[in-house]
Design a protein. Structure first.
Length: 263
């Protein structure tokens, strides 16, 4: 007769260990929102974190708060549109920990407007932050990952990059480009066991969605099958899966986390 302790599910639960123990992870745009949620989830799973954000004081405060959960967390001020800033973050990670195991490209902005009124500078800055910033960080991280012959790159895209959205031509183009970039990098880096994937969140309960007018919020909610916005940690759980050994045969994929908004 099989006892509770002998059942496979029970045995796994008792033996479960931290999935990112001693893994070194860089997370961009991690002062708040989805980036912070991913950082917190990784910290609880034993990762050594390098957090970066343009908001120097905010990301330093986040690092201080997360340090109480486990390993000390390092924060670095970084403008992802500047190659030298991105290289600085990578150098800090190498100097402190000697390796980089996970890169999460989460930094992103919006500058919404109808195309006939969109300023060229609004197009350029969204592309520079959302897409070129990821390029800068991937390029800086690839060499240490290739030397280690392993790595995980997770690009935070958007449902808008899959389905489009009026008034967000720049944002949709940047996030759609991030998906194509992820697929190209997955093919290019697979021989070195560097896995590259994208997450495409739907609407998430963050400061960005809190700022929406009430009538717009209601319109979006009516289109979501689950009838609610995601919580940041629901995106972070998928980012944890992609960073862990559980995803060892997953690369070049786009994982949609949108509550049934787009299928």
């Amino acid at each position: 007769m099989q006892t509770d302790l002998e059942r496979p599910g029970q045995m796994y639960s008792n033996a479960q260990t931290m999935r990112l123990k001693d893994k070194v992870a860089i997370i961009t745009g991690s002062a708040q929102g989805i980036g912070r949620a991913i950082a917190e989830r990784y910290q609880k799973e034993g990762a050594k974190l390098i957090l970066c954000d343009m908001r120097e004081e905010s990301v330093a405060q986040t690092a201080k708060e997360l340090s109480s959960l486990g390993n000390p967390v390092t924060s670095v001020a970084c403008n992802v549109t500047k190659k030298e800033d991105c290289e600085k973050v990578v150098n800090v990670a190498i100097e402190k920990h000697g390796q980089i195991d996970v890169l999460v490209n989460n930094a992103g902005i919006t500058k919404d407007g109808l195309i006939m009124r969109m300023k060229e500078e609004d197009w350029d800055i969204v592309m520079d932050v959302n897409l070129k910033g990821a390029f800068h960080f991937v390029k800086a991280c690839v060499s240490p990952m290739m030397k280690k012959r392993s790595g995980r790159i997770i690009n935070i895209s958007s449902v808008v990059g899959l389905m489009g959205n009026p008034g967000q031509a720049n944002y949709a183009a940047s996030k759609g480009g991030l998906i194509a970039f992820s697929k190209a990098m997955a093919k290019e880096l697979a021989t070195r066991n560097i896995l590259v994937n994208a997450i495409a969140p739907g609407f998430v309960a963050t400061q960005m969605t809190d700022a929406l007018p009430e009538e717009v919020r209601k319109l979006y909610l009516s289109a979501i099958s689950l009838g609610r916005f995601a919580q940041p940690d629901e995106i972070a759980k998928v980012a944890l899966f992609l960073a862990s050994d559980d995803s060892s045969y997953v690369t070049g994929q786009v994982i949609s986390v949108n509550g049934g908004l787009y299928m």
